[in-house]
Design a protein. Structure first.
Length: 104
C-alpha cells in the first residue's frame, strides 16, 4: 500500500511530507510544544488517490507540532576584489522552526 503524503508550501519552499516526518522550515509563528497548520497544500495522496490543486487543494490542511525555534549555523559572506584592497566580510544566521507532521 502506498504511504499517504502531501506537498506543502511554506516560506517560499515546497516540502513533501507524511505523518511522523520531522523537518526544518523557515521560521513560522508558533511556540514550542504548540501546533501550526499549513493551509497551502499543493498535492495530497491518500490511499492511492491523488488530488492536485490549482494552485492549492480546496479544504486540505496539514497539522504539525512545533519542536523548537532556533537559528542555524553562521554563514560567512566574503567579497574580495583583487588589486583594489577591497574586502568585505559579513555573517548571517537564518532562523528556522523544526516541526513534526502530525496529520495530513
Amino acid at each position: 500500500m502506498a504511504k499517504d503524503f502531501a506537498i506543502i508550501k511554506t516560506g517560499g519552499k515546497q516540502y513533501k511530507v507524511s505523518a511522523g516526518d520531522k523537518l526544518r522550515v523557515e521560521k513560522v509563528a508558533g511556540e514550542e510544544g504548540g501546533t501550526v497548520i499549513f493551509q497551502e497544500v499543493l498535492l495530497r495522496s491518500e490511499g492511492g488517490t491523488v488530488q492536485v490543486g490549482a494552485p492549492v487543494v480546496a479544504g486540505a490542511k496539514t497539522e504539525a507540532k512545533v519542536l523548537r525555534n532556533a537559528r542555524d549555523k553562521k554563514k560567512i559572506i566574503f567579497k574580495y576584489h583583487p588589486k583594489t584592497r577591497s574586502r568585505r566580510k559579513k555573517g548571517h544566521r537564518q532562523e528556522f522552526t523544526e516541526v513534526e507532521i502530525v496529520s495530513i
